[in-house]
Design a protein around this ligand. Structure first.
Ligand code: NDP
Length: 333
C-alpha cells in the first residue's frame, strides 16, 4: 500500500488516498529510453506548480488520475534502468513529473530514468528537496546570465518574486557569485531582513514594477531574474541597461508580456528563458554540480520550512496566496 495525493479529475483538488501500488501505477505510460525505477520517496517539496495541481487549478495536470509533485528524492527499490541499482539515492525535477507522469507527493514513486540524477555528495535528501525545481531553476537562470557574459562588476542584478522559492535561492546563488543583488518583493517590509540575510544588497517594493509602465524607463539593471512575468517583466525589460540580459522563469503575476520592441532595438537587451521540465541531462548535471558546490547549506536551511505529509493541502493554499516564504520540504520516508 502507498499513501499518495491523487488528482482524479479536471478541476478537482487532490485527495489523500491509501492504495495498492499496482492500482496507482498500473496505467503508467512507457518507461522512456533509459528505463524506469521504483522509489521509496524520502523527501519532496511544494512548488507553485504543485499548489496549482493540488488545488485543481488548470494548466498543470495533463492526465487523470495523477499523483502531483514535480520533485522527488528517493531510494531505489527496483530498477529497470542500467544506470541505477537498488539502494541508490536519486533525485528528479520536472521531466513531466506531476504533470504528465505520476509525481513525488506519495510514499512511493515510479519514474523514468532519463533525467534521474544521483543525489550529489554533501547534500541530504531533505536539502536536495529543499533545492528542488525552484532551486534548480534558479541555477539555470544564474548559468544563463553567466553564459550571456554578465559579470559581477557589471551593476545591479534584480530578482523579482524575491521571497518565493525561485527568488530566494536565486538571491543566495547570485550573492554567492558576488553579484550585487536587488530583491523586489511584495513583502519588502516583513521579509526585508530575510532577503538581506540571503544576500540582497537592497530591497525594493514590488508595487514599483507591477503596474503598466513606459516602454523605456531609467536604465537601471545590468541583468535580472524574473519569476513574475506580466507587467513586472515588461517594466524590468524597460529598466534594463544597454546590453543587459533578463531571464524569464515564471508567471506569478501572469503569463502575458505587455512590452514593446524598444528595449531590444534601442538597448540591445536580451530576453532569455529557463525551463526546468525539459532541461537536457547534460544541463541538469551541470546545474546540480554547481548547486552542490556553491549553495550555502546554512542559508538553504534558513529558507526552508519542513512540513508533514498531511500538511500538504494547507501549504498548497498558502503558496497560491503568495504567503509561503522560501522553500517547503515535505518529509515522506
Ligand atoms: P513561490 O510562490 O514560492 O514564489 C512566487 C513569488 O512571486 C511569491 O512569493 C511572491 O514574491 C511573488 N508573487 C506572487 N504573486 C504575485 C503577483 N500577483 N505579482 C507580483 N509578484 C507576485 O513560487 P516558486 O518560486 O515556486 O515559482 C515562481 C514562479 O516560477 C511560478 O510562476 C512558477 O510556476 C515558475 N516556475 C517556473 C519554472 C521553470 O521551469 N521555468 C520552475 C519553477 C517555477 P514576493 O512576496 O516576494 O513578492
Amino acid at each position: 500500500m502507498s499513501r499518495a495525493y491523487l488528482v482524479t479529475e479536471k478541476g478537482a483538488a487532490a485527495e489523500l488516498v491509501d492504495r495498492d501500488l499496482s492500482e496507482i501505477f498500473g496505467d503508467e505510460e512507457s518507461a522512456g529510453e533509459a528505463g524506469s525505477v521504483d522509489l521509496d520517496v524520502l523527501a519532496t517539496s511544494i512548488n507553485y506548480k504543485d499548489g496549482m495541481a493540488l488545488m485543481g487549478k488548470p494548466g498543470i495536470v495533463r492526465r487523470y488520475p495523477l499523483v502531483p509533485g514535480i520533485d522527488v528524492v528517493g531510494r531505489v527499490t527496483a530498477s529497470r534502468a542500467s544506470a541505477f541499482s537498488v539502494g541508490d539515492v536519486v533525485l528528479l525535477n520536472g521531466d513531466g513529473l506531476g504533470e504528465t507522469r505520476h509525481g513525488g507527493l506519495a510514499e512511493h514513486a515510479r519514474v523514468r530514468a532519463d533525467a534521474l540524477l544521483p543525489l550529489p555528495a554533501g547534500l541530504t535528501p531533505e536539502q536536495a528537496a529543499a533545492v528542488g525545481t525552484a532551486g534548480f531553476t534558479s541555477m539555470l537562470a544564474v548559468l544563463a546570465l553567466a553564459d550571456a557574459g554578465v559579470e559581477p562588476g557589471d551593476g545591479e542584478v534584480l530578482v523579482t518574486g524575491a521571497a518565493g522559492g525561485v527568488g530566494s535561492i536565486a538571491i543566495a546563488l547570485l550573492a554567492g557569485r558576488e553579484y550585487t543583488v536587488v530583491a523586489s518583493s511584495g513583502r519588502a517590509e516583513a521579509e526585508g531582513d530575510y532577503l538581506r540575510r540571503l544576500g540582497a544588497a537592497r530591497v525594493i517594493d514590488r508595487s514599483a514594477l507591477s503596474e503598466e509602465g513606459g516602454p523605456l524607463q531609467k536604465a537601471t539593471w545590468a541583468a535580472a531574474v524574473d519569476s513574475v512575468g506580466s507587467h513586472t517583466l515588461a517594466n524590468v525589460l524597460a529598466q534594463t541597461r544597454y546590453g543587459g540580459t533578463v531571464v524569464a522563469c515564471g508567471l506569478a503575476q501572469g503569463s502575458d508580456l505587455p512590452t514593446t520592441v524598444l528595449p531590444f532595438i534601442l538597448r540591445s537587451v536580451t530576453l532569455t528563458g529557463a525551463n526546468s521540465v525539459e532541461a537536457p541531462r547534460a544541463l541538469r548535471e551541470r546545474a546540480w554540480a554547481a548547486l552542490a558546490e556553491e549553495l550555502d547549506l546554512e542559508l538553504l536551511d534558513s529558507l526552508t520550512t519542513t512540513v508533514a505529509f498531511e500538511d500538504v493541502p494547507a501549504v498548497a493554499e498558502r503558496i497560491l496566496a503568495g504567503e509561503v516564504r522560501g522553500r517547503t520540504v515535505v518529509t515522506v520516508g
